[in-house]
Design a protein around this ligand. Structure first.
Ligand SMILES: CC(C)(COP(=O)(O)OP(=O)(O)OC[C@H]1O[C@@H](n2cnc3c(N)ncnc32)[C@H](O)[C@@H]1OP(=O)(O)O)[C@@H](O)C(=O)NCCC(=O)NCCS
Length: 202
C-alpha cells in the first residue's frame, strides 16, 4: 500500500499572546478582510494591498518560498485568545543568506495588544537560533511610531535614514532599523517561546 505523502514542513512558535506559524492557503479569506482597502495598514506599506483573496491564496500557498536569489518565509500571526488569524510577518533573505528583511502587519481589530511585538520576537528567535541569521533589518516610514516601538522592543536600532519614492510618486523619509544576532541573543538570552514545533523547510 502506498503511504500518504508527508505533511508539508512548517513551523509553529507559540508565545503568550501570539503564535507565529507558516501561512497556508486557508489564511487568504481572513487576511483579505483585514487588509483590503484598509488605509490604516496599507498607508505604512509600499504594497498596494491585495486585489482579491485569490491573490493572497497564491501568495500564502508556499510558506517557505525559495528562489535563486534566496528564501522568503511567509508566516501568519495568530491571536492566541481567539485562535483567529490576526496578521502576517515575513522574513526575506534575498541577496545575502544571513541577512533578513522583516515585514509585518496586524489587522486593526487586533492592534494594540502586543501581538506584533511578540510575533517579531518569535520570528527573530527562529531566524537567529535556527536559520543561522547574522542580522535582521526593516525599513520604517517616518511617523510609524507603532512599528518603531515593535522594533525597538526587539532590540532593533536605527542605522540610517533616506528619502524614498512613495506609491503616488511623492517622496517619503524612511528609517533603516537593524539588530545583530549577537545583540539579540544577549538581550533575549533567557527567552524561549512557550511552545515550538519546527520541521525545517525542505
Ligand atoms: C505596526 C503594527 C504591526 C503594530 O501592531 P500591534 O500588534 O498593534 O503592535 P503592538 O501592540 O505589539 O505594539 C504597538 C505599540 O505601539 C503603540 N502605538 C500604536 N499606535 C501608535 C501611535 N500612533 N503612536 C505611538 N504609539 C503607538 C501601541 O500602543 C503599542 O505600545 P504599548 O504596548 O506601549 O501600548 C500595526 O500597527 C500595523 O499593522 N501597522 C500597519 C503596517 C505596518 O506599519 N507594518 C510595519 C511596516 S515597517
Amino acid at each position: 500500500m502506498e503511504s500518504a505523502p508527508p505533511d508539508p514542513p512548517s513551523i509553529s512558535l507559540r508565545g503568550e499572546k501570539a503564535t507565529v506559524r507558516g501561512h497556508h492557503r486557508d489564511d487568504a479569506g481572513a487576511a483579505f478582510v483585514l487588509l483590503h482597502e484598509k488605509e490604516r495598514i496599507l498607508s505604512w506599506l509600499t504594497w498596494e494591498g491585495p486585489a482579491s483573496a485569490l491573490e493572497l491564496e497564491e501568495y500564502y500557498a508556499e510558506w517557505c518560498f525559495r528562489t535563486e536569489d534566496g528564501d522568503d518565509y511567509r508566516l501568519g500571526i495568530v491571536d492566541n485568545a481567539s485562535g483567529a488569524l490576526a496578521g502576517s510577518i515575513s522574513l526575506r533573505f534575498v541577496g545575502h543568506p544571513g541577512v533578513g528583511d522583516v515585514g509585518y502587519w496586524v489587522g486593526a481589530p487586533f492592534q494594540g495588544h502586543g501581538l506584533a511585538t511578540e510575533a517579531l520576537t518569535l520570528a527573530a528567535h527562529w531566524a537567529f537560533r535556527y536559520l543561522d541569521t547574522q542580522a535582521l533589518f526593516a525599513w520604517v516610514f517616518d511617523g510609524n511610531r507603532a512599528s518603531m516601538k515593535v522594533l525597538e522592543r526587539n532590540g532593533f536600532v536605527h542605522v540610517r535614514s533616506r528619502s524614498t519614492e512613495w506609491k503616488d510618486g511623492e517622496r517619503r523619509r524612511e528609517h533603516h532599523m537593524s539588530v545583530l544576532a549577537e545583540d539579540w541573543n544577549e538581550r533575549f538570552a533567557d527567552w524561549l517561546p512557550g511552545r515550538e514545533d519546527i520541521s525545517p523547510p525542505r
